[in-house]
Write a protein that binds this ligand. Sequence first.
Ligand SMILES: Nc1ncnc2c1ncn2[C@@H]1O[C@H](COP(=O)(O)OP(=O)(O)OP(=O)(O)O)[C@@H](O)[C@H]1O
Ligand SMILES: [Mg+2]
Length: 359
Amino acid sequence: MSEMLRLPAEAIYAGELAALAAGDADRRPSGWALSPKVVVTYLMGGTAADGTPVTPKYVGDRRLIETAVATLATDRALLLLGVPGTAKSWVSEHLAAAVAGDSTMVIQCTAGTDENQVRYGWNYAQLLAHGPSREALVATPMMRAMESGKLCRLEELTRMGSDVQDTLITVLSEKMMPIPELNSAVYARRGFNIIATANNRDKGVNELSSALKRRFNVVVLPLPDSAEEEVAIIVKRVGEMAQSLDLPEPRNVAEEVARVVAIFRELRAGSTEDGKVALKSPSGGLSTAEAIGVMVGGISQATFFNDGRLTPGTLAATMIGAVVKDPVQDKAVLGEYLETVLKKRRGFEDYYASLSELI
Ligand SMILES: Nc1ncnc2c1ncn2[C@@H]1O[C@H](COP(=O)(O)OP(=O)(O)OP(=O)(O)O)[C@@H](O)[C@H]1O
Ligand SMILES: [Mg+2]
């Protein structure tokens, strides 16, 4: 096991990427580490030419990933849009790992992000001592991606101010970044492009200007269609995460995931699975990612405090944490759900008991 808490995708899946590259005879866009078809195989899973199994990274519609990969081979940038927890950052990291062999050039956009974090900054000691020079310039991940012909990832693009977002227009349309202080510019090498993520649920975001929108192709990542699909994603990711955290995986994980997902999906949809009872939805998102968090938290608790047994009792506290984001409103929503739906449902008696005890 690595000493690092978490390695980048290209390090974790180095074996898969090398096997895929070795057997990749298809045409590659210049600057790409793999051909577009093989990038899709890396994301969706399959086998490499030498028989090495490739694990699926994204579980969902293959066409979405094909569109995303095809976009990156054009002069338009890619924007992955969706509600929280739909694997936008996850897909963006794996796309960068497969296309450029490097997923580490990331800019986290916040309300406090300014132009210098997108374009370049200065080492002020150098600047004062020797004046503006290339040595005094501090390159951002964007600048390094341009210079090396790789992908730059912008996380939560719409969180930064519109004026700062618009600095991307020159980069995207002219593929260069002017440095007026040095009377020069950085020109992007072939292979450079941008993958941005944004979620369309948060408040306080800054809409993209239409000039910028036009330079992005938008791919919307949806919530999983069916409960089965969602359970499969969660079981797979929980297994991987438990392994990387060195937690033994209890035998009944799949069973409990199915029950937690059944509860989360009904609360999220605002009605019971059979459509007969209308419910109120809690204020939080209750996404797939949230369910993964609940399960991993439950496994940790089971390991250290419950002799490794994963029970509704060990999951209840984290489930309440996921559902109740607003202490007053959401508590009422959950209470009503417990009394009107879960109390009478067969197979959920232990969840009803554990949740109503804690709420
Ligand atoms: N369809 C899916 N396929 C594979 N993994 C998924 C899928 N949906 C969610 N996940 C898992 O959910 C977790 C969270 O995903 P991620 O952090 O990428 O979400 P996000 O869309 O970036 O959310 P946010 O908007 O909050 O940043 C990841 O571990 C990811 O593996
Ligand atoms: Mg994200």
